[in-house]
Design a binder for this molecule. Structure first.
Ligand code: UD1
Length: 422
């Protein structure tokens, strides 16, 4: 298994291009199942999670081709010949559950394995299932699979989520586009990836109102058609690379970045002593001077501070002046990076859903273990600031969500390399 070797200490200066959003692409790709006409996605990221979704869609009969070095994905689902999303593929990635809504809506039946994914908590799919039941789906959970039927097709219904779920909102939204009648989704997620999905579905002929708010209203149509759609910028990759110069010093411009994608996060950076300015090409980030200041952070659904940037923010706060409290409100088990950061000299107390980070002057390089996708990159960020060498082991999680991380950071002056495993 590959590792990443980081030699810390230097400032970072230059530009980093930000890719299309993994999480948007992972919901846009299954939207192909809603139509027998082609769907083309541009600005797609080149990541192993995208390859996993490709394999899953192909196993169902979709044709998927990658053009322009993988940045354009052409999908066609004119011949869905298999309605079973197999455990062997689904277990690799939780977003696989997103084929359920579209397949059920268009084909009237689907069998999807219960998913796996990052080990960051229980992460059930009950909300996905309840939403589809509200549209008339008949569901049966057997042998680790969801067996779903909608004889006569899905019907518009009232979906009222007890808590905000990105994936369940996406599944419900996609399914509702082909349901008979009107569906109202209350307490819907407002993430930019949902807005992006709604825009793409509208290009395909769907009738949707309210994206970006907590109520979505969908008027079902008989058929969706083909479309071409650019994937929205990855706000998590953006936030991650914004933290690089914040941690090391220097100035980096994140190309393609937009403030509205990371407003709550940028506000915390400002409080910590990091300047973020909008430019014509993106967002420019520079640490004001000296050590950053401790700040408290609570993760929340969008537009709040994203849980997917919590680990990286913790890496920054490890060397802040003062103590910061990070509260994780989305996933119950998402501080696995804390003990690894402590191996590098960080002082962190984890108690339930809170972590208190007592800033130290300096981190020291150490061999560490990546436990999940965002944790892996937080260790790389910490390694950039640390004295000496940090070897981040088990980086396969990293490749799920960050394309060419060593190249992008190397281009702004980081001393970072991939060490191939046996
Ligand atoms: C998506 C993102 C992930 C991000 C998360 C929260 C993708 C592919 N992944 O994951 O990177 O960390 O949003 O911003 O877009 N829940 C239930 N029942 C359900 C569904 C969710 O209880 O049926 C709970 C989860 O356990 C969690 C919370 O709801 O505590 C939010 O999860 P959700 O928004 O659904 O996350 P994902 O869509 O899986």
């Amino acid at each position: 298994m590959d590792s990443i070797l980081v030699r810390g200490g230097g400032e970072l200066n230059g530009e980093i291009p930000i890719a299309g959003a993994k999480n948007a692409c992972l919901t846009l790709m299954p939207a192909t199942l809603l139509s027998d006409e082609p769907l083309t996605l541009t600005n797609a990221p080149r990541l192993s999670d995208i390859r996993t979704m490709t394999t899953l869609l192909e196993s169902l009969g979709a044709e998927v081709s990658k053009l322009q070095d993988g940045q354009v994905i052409a999908l066609s689902s004119h011949n869905i010949h298999n309605h079973v999303a197999d455990y062997d593929i689904v277990r690799k990635m939780r977003a696989s559950i997103l084929v359920l809504g579209p397949m059920l809506a268009r084909e009237g039946h689907a069998v999807v394995s219960l998913p796996g994914g990052c080990a960051i908590g229980a992460r059930p799919v009950d909300l996905h299932l309840k939403a589809l039941e509200a549209m008339g789906a008949e569901l049966d959970l057997r042998d680790g699979y969801v067996h779903a039927k909608a004889p006569g097709g899905l019907k518009g219904g009232m979906v009222d989520f007890p808590l905000v779920s990105v994936g369940a909102t996406e599944n419900a939204l996609m399914a509702a586009t082909l349901a008979k009648g009107t569906t109202v989704i209350k307490n819907a997620a407002r993430e930019p990836e949902i807005v992006d999905l709604a825009r793409c579905l509208r290009k395909m002929g769907a009738q949707i109102e309210g994206e970006g708010t907590s109520t979505l209203t969908i008027q079902g149509v008989d058929k969706l058609h083909g479309a071409t759609h650019p994937v929205v910028t990855d706000r998590i990759e953006l936030g991650t690379y914004m933290l690089a110069p914040a941690i090391t010093g220097g100035e980096v411009e994140c190309l393609g970045g937009r403030m509205e994608l990371v407003a709550a996060f940028a506000e915390k950076l400002d409080q910590a002593g990091i300047d973020v300015t909008e430019t014509e090409r993106g967002l420019k980030v520079r640490r004001r001077n000296g050590r950053v200041t401790a700040v408290n952070v609570t993760t929340e659904p969008f537009p709040g501070f994203p849980t997917d940037l919590q680990a990286q923010m913790m890496a920054l706060l490890c060397t802040a002046q003062g103590s910061s409290v990070l509260e994780e409100k989305i996933f119950e088990n998402r501080f696995m990076h804390a003990p690894e950061l402590m191996r590098m000299g960080a002082r962190i107390d984890v108690h339930g859903g809170h972590a208190t980070v007592h800033g130290v002057e300096r981190l020291r390089g150490a061999p560490v273990m990546a436990t999940d996708l965002r944790a892996s990159v937080s260790l790389i960020l910490a390694g950039l600031a640390a004295e000496g060498e940090t070897l981040v082991n088990r980086v396969y999680h990293l490749d799920r969500g960050y394309e060419r991380v060593e190249e992008k950071l190397g281009a702004v002056g980081a001393r970072i390399e991939r060490v191939s495993g046996q």
